[in-house]
Design a protein around this ligand. Sequence first.
Ligand code: ADP
Length: 453
Amino acid sequence: MNKPFAQYRRFFVLGMARSGIAASGLLAKDGRTVTVYDDDPLALGKFPATDIARQFGDRIAIASPEGVMEVMASSDCVVLSPGVPLENRVVQAALTRGIPVIGEIEAAYHFTRARIVGVTGTNGKSTTVGVIGDILKAAGIDTVVAGNIGTPVCDVLRERDPHTLVLELSSFQLDTTDEFKVDVAVLLNVTPDHLDRYHHSFDEYAASKARILRHASDATRYVYNREDAAANALADQTPARGIPFSSARVLDEGVYFDDEFIVRSWKGQRDQVLTRREFTPVGVHNLENALAAVAVATVLDVSLDAMRTALRAYRPLPHRMELVRVVGGVAYVNDSKATNVDATVKSLISIEGHSVLILGGRDKEGDFAMLLPHLRDVRRAVLIGEASPVIRRALAGHVEMADARDMADAVRIGRESAHPGDTVLLAPACASFDMFKNYQERGEVFRACVNRL
Ligand code: ADP
């Protein structure tokens, strides 16, 4: 950055979604001059009714479409909500002029002295930050979980600065960090996702995840998945001290499975943390999230008791392998949050017996062929949404397929295709935006259809 953040007076905040609004509030509260804008007149129109506008409205101006370039040009810094792509014309114009462009996470970073645990990866972030947060709280540490999971960090910091922040960080959020530095970095996995936003390049997407270690030193701790190629490669490149976790091998130092136990091996001592069954969320992928959380707790010197208490009590988030109902001996499982192919692979692996798989939606250039080795016990794939033709081509000859008009139709076909003992699984491997507002709405519609059976 050209000059220290503390000296910036005039901020231009682009994107009036939750994070942009939160950033405006924190900056205004700190006495900075803030102008906000959104290309979507609807989003901008809603801003005056927000709590932030009510509280700090006198210090926050709203740019007009005609005046937006001028306001941007006279600002010291542009702050983006994570939904705003870097290709946005205002962002591009700011970069051309040499005006620093940062994200909400970077803005927040300048207002905190908290210890930061940052969690990134393609899948499992929300679950992992939830478990880490619960463990640290069980240990009596003043902890707040924030970021991509829901509460923007700027909202947290407007109220108070906790001892420890556990942050869920998406690749989009990491793309717009600059000085942001974490004390503990967690990289769960890197599998293809959002390639539509990364110039169709997996390497570019992986590089974005690697930014979590950008300012790492030997005082940084790096918790990583030993079985993930990208995460593992970074362990050799970073000065951070690495602590691996693995669902596939025993480690000299790190966290892993040993028969039925989660084991952590640390400073020459091996401890059985708890049995796998005591952690409720379904599937090995979720156990990997628990391993990551135990590794974080280990480097933060948290007691085994606190880990055990929190892991036993943790309940899965909605829309992640959520059992909706059993009807006629058939289980209906909502994994609407499986918005990319690897998440769907993990869902299929964790289903016992046969299944009927409902998938499709908006394609993010996922490689649907990755599903092929996991279709043996799938009786039928029921296709929904825009991606249906692409999926049909990728899976042709490997599984029987049916097209559904909408979710109700998909659930109906699911019921007709399933036998008692089977699972009808919603794990779409795609984004939801072609048919729904978001993955939550998709999961809720699925639930409602199932409850009407
Ligand atoms: P995120 O916040 O990264 O999207 P979630 O915990 O919300 O992660 O889970 C997203 C989806 O990925 C769910 O469908 C879940 O079943 C699946 N999933 C969770 N953890 C993992 C993991 N470690 N590896 C692969 N898939 C996972």
